[in-house]
Design a binder for this molecule. Structure first.
Ligand SMILES: [Zn+2]
Length: 261
């Protein structure tokens, strides 16, 4: 006799994550089903600060859970070794256009954010301030909103300059929070960028804008494409090198899990 299908048992493909507890700590495990996977594989990703469990096509959720539970001590050890997340909290540091600022808070009902330059006479010691006027619990979200606004302003200006230079049509810009790429250009000519580029030095953001605008002319990475990028940016190598060396550190910053809107 055949066993009836268990309609209520969730299939792994419908579940994207679950939690595992070990020694007083709880870890979120993200699931990734891969047809090519032959066995369960755990990865702790430094950039995203998360845990990914790859499971074979036929692996069940129960098997996935018991695999993660058996390796919970390993997950904990790996997560503890990662550099800490940088939260957008008062007193913490946040880079803006490559310059480190300290977040300063002033309680107020209305929200507003502004930059106060470091005093000149203390040049070596002083750090410019990012003032955030808001209710305390709103500070992280206000900082992120401010960074996204500044990113949009800088990217729109850079894209406008590069499209004018090439004589191509200006295009729609979307800001995302991607962990795998800093910018992309769709077949329809829409440009996507990571808002985190506003934390990098300006030449890096400007190079990324040049790179994606050049894709409006060549949808590939051919020699002709790089020729167009070179017309727009003199910083190809330095910007690529900067992203390679420091790009993942930009992913450490964020409002934190419990930031209010
Ligand atoms: Zn490209």
């Amino acid at each position: 006799m055949q066993r009836p299908l268990q309609r209520n048992a969730p299939r792994v493909s419908e579940i994207t994550s679950f939690e595992v507890s070990h020694a007083g700590e709880t870890y979120r495990i993200n699931l990734k089903r891969t047809a090519a996977a032959r066995r369960f594989t755990l990865r702790v990703r430094a950039a995203a600060h998360d845990v990914v469990l790859t499971i074979p096509a036929r692996g069940s959720l129960n098997e996935a859970k018991s695999f993660a539970e058996r390796h919970a001590a390993w997950i904990g050890a790996r997560l503890r070794r990662l550099p800490e997340k940088m939260r957008f909290k008062p007193g913490e540091l946040v880079p803006l256009r490559g310059v480190v600022h300290r977040i300063a808070h002033r309680p107020a009902l209305r929200g507003s954010v502004w930059i106060e330059a470091a005093p000149q006479d203390l040049a070596d010691e002083a750090i410019p301030l990012m003032w955030v006027e808001a209710e305390a619990s709103f500070v992280p979200r206000r900082v992120q909103d401010f960074l996204i606004r500044e990113a949009r302003r800088d990217l729109e200006a850079a894209v406008a300059r590069h499209t004018t230079r090439l004589g191509v049509r200006p295009c729609k810009i979307t800001l995302r929070d991607t962990t795998s790429r800093w910018g992309s250009c769709s077949a329809s000519g829409a440009l996507n960028f990571s808002w985190r580029l506003i934390m990098a030095p300006h030449f890096v953001l400007d190079y990324l804008a040049a790179h994606e605008v050049a894709h409006l002319v060549h949808m590939n990475h051919s020699a002709a494409f790089w020729g167009v990028v070179a017309q727009l940016s003199a910083e190809i190598e330095t910007a690529e090198a900067w992203l390679k060396a420091h790009g993942t550190s930009l992913l450490r910053f964020g409002p934190g899990k419990n930031a209010r809107n």
